[in-house]
Design a protein around this ligand. Structure first.
Ligand SMILES: NC(=O)c1ccc[n+]([C@@H]2O[C@H](COP(=O)([O-])OP(=O)(O)OC[C@H]3O[C@@H](n4cnc5c(N)ncnc54)[C@H](OP(=O)(O)O)[C@@H]3O)[C@@H](O)[C@H]2O)c1
Length: 433
């Protein structure tokens, strides 16, 4: 059997502990599949005094990533610190020292992908990152390897388990956004500070990583338009249901010839849509390829063991030598042109759900219809319940449009928002399919 593959874990919290457990509990299976033993040699943390799983980590725990990286018996550095500052330093130092890197850090790749991959190519080492998107779901390999004969033409993903948990709880049990978020925090699905999850940032980081593999584009911070779930109201979930739809936070990429639009937003999906049925903290990604058609990947998008499962798969790819071959061919985050350019989401065509709070007086609907018509937008259906009580917030008027260009729809909404009879800011979402 070939030389042992020596591993240093830098960061050993949720995911790192899972990786250490797999390396201990399944060493025979891993040695057989990797063609060589995979051995944990260092565990680097911030606070060596914290209580930890001694049975798993033994005497390996230390606080110096420099010592771990410099050890000649370490061949792979697994970065599981998170964030973009310390993690960037660890990854660049590991590559400079001639070590391969495995990371689960989508924020790092989204912010520093070009620099890190250039450093890896220069050092003739590999960066693996299956766990960075959708935790235990093997979407990176699916895109980079299994669908390699295809050009991806569309990609839609539920990439943030916390948001999906909250929206599922709101839809199933009618709880408010605040109560659903509190429940997600109690159950450990949401961080104490859930901002990056609920404002769409986490999903946007993951979409940036997927877009690099599928289209070779490198969106900068701000290039991916994002709307989170923090303003989704129970009223909209109820109206959507009445119309036959479920609201999901989707990360989407749409191609139009050589252009690709990327965005993250709550979207209305038909109840029968495969993605509409993804519940709780699960992730799912629907990928359309020009040869294969529609494919769907679903599973646990986070959590200790599912995420560790993907990290260890990367270690096995390195042990076998597969990762070294595919990395060289993929040319990720390189300047090699792949033909796609980013286009603003304004150009994407979609149907729309529009909810207005209007004064209960004659002529309002006619005015709204006129403003939509001025932008060439026609209406598919309208809901205005007779029994809706008039309050200071007006009565709800819900409109479903036919397909329209996003920019024109938004222009119409801006005009509609200025009508004196529209008493609250309009709420709108795009409608899939
Ligand atoms: N959790 C998930 O379900 C999940 C899923 C997919 C991807 N990820 C990604 O995986 C990565 C790790 O996530 P996690 O949930 O495992 O994080 P975590 O539980 O917060 O663990 C972070 C680890 O990093 C260590 N650390 C922090 N600052 C450090 C420093 N300056 N030097 C050395 N070690 C330092 C911490 O040390 P102490 O233990 O001493 O505090 C801790 O062991 C992140 O990039 C995350 O986005 C996580």
């Amino acid at each position: 059997m070939a030389e042992v593959l020596g591993v240093a874990l830098v960061g050993c919290g949720t995911v790192g502990t899972g990786v250490a457990r797999i390396l201990r509990d399944h060493s025979d299976r891993l040695a057989q599949r990797g063609g060589r033993a995979v051995e944990l040699r260092h565990v680097v943390v911030r606070d060596a005094g914290k209580p930890r799983d001694a049975a798993v980590l033994g005497a390996l725990v230390g606080t110096s990533s420099e010592v771990a990286i410099a050890d000649p018996a370490v061949h792979v550095v697994v970065e599981l610190v998170g964030g973009t500052t310390v993690a960037r330093g660890v990854v660049l130092a590991a590559l400079a020292a001639g070590k391969h890197v495995v990371t689960a850090n989508k924020a790092l790749l989204a912010a520093h992908g070009p620099e890190i991959f250039e450093a890896a190519r220069k050092a003739e080492r590999v960066v693996c990152f299956e766990a960075a998107v959708a935790g235990g779901v093997p979407i990176i390999r699916a895109l980079a390897e299994s669908l390699a004969a295809n050009q991806v033409t569309a990609l839609q993903g539920i990439l943030n388990g916390t948001s999906n948990f909250i929206l599922t709880a709101m839809a199933d049990r009618g709880v408010s956004y605040a109560d659903a978020l509190g429940e997600a925090q109690r159950l450990g699905y949401a961080e104490a500070d859930p901002t990056l999850d609920v404002d769409g940032s986490d999903a946007a980081h993951k979409l940036a990583v997927l877009a690099q593999i599928a289209f070779g584009v490198t969106p900068k911070s701000g290039d991916i338009e994002k709307v989170g779930i923090d303003r989704v109201q129970a009223t909209d979930i109820r109206f959507a249901r009445e119309l036959g739809y479920t609201i999901k936070l989707l990360a989407e990429a749409w191609t139009d010839g050589p252009e690709v639009a990327l965005h993250v937003a709550p979207v209305l999906l038909r109840h029968t849509d495969m993605l509409a049925q993804v519940r709780g903290a699960h992730n799912a990604i629907q990928v359309t390829g020009d040869i294969v058609g529609e494919t769907l990947y679903q599973g646990p998008g986070a959590g200790m063991m599912p995420t560790a499962s993907s990290v260890v798969a990367d270690l096995l790819d390195l042990a076998v030598g597969r990762a070294q071959r595919t990395f060289a061919a993929a040319k990720l985050w390189s300047t090699a042109p792949r033909g796609f350019t980013l286009t603003p989401s304004e150009k994407v065509r979609s149907r729309f759900y529009l909810r207005l709070s209007v004064a209960d007086q004659p002529g309002v609907l006619a005015e709204v219809c006129r403003m939509l018509a001025e932008q060439g937008i026609s209406i598919a259906s309208v809901i205005q319940h007779e029994e809706s009580a008039t309050t200071a917030h007006g009565v709800p008027l819900v409109i479903m449009t036919h397909t329209a260009e996003t920019g024109r729809f938004r222009a119409a909404v801006r005009h509609i928002a200025g009508l004196p009879s529209v008493v609250e800011p309009p709420v709108y979402y795009s409608v899939a399919g």
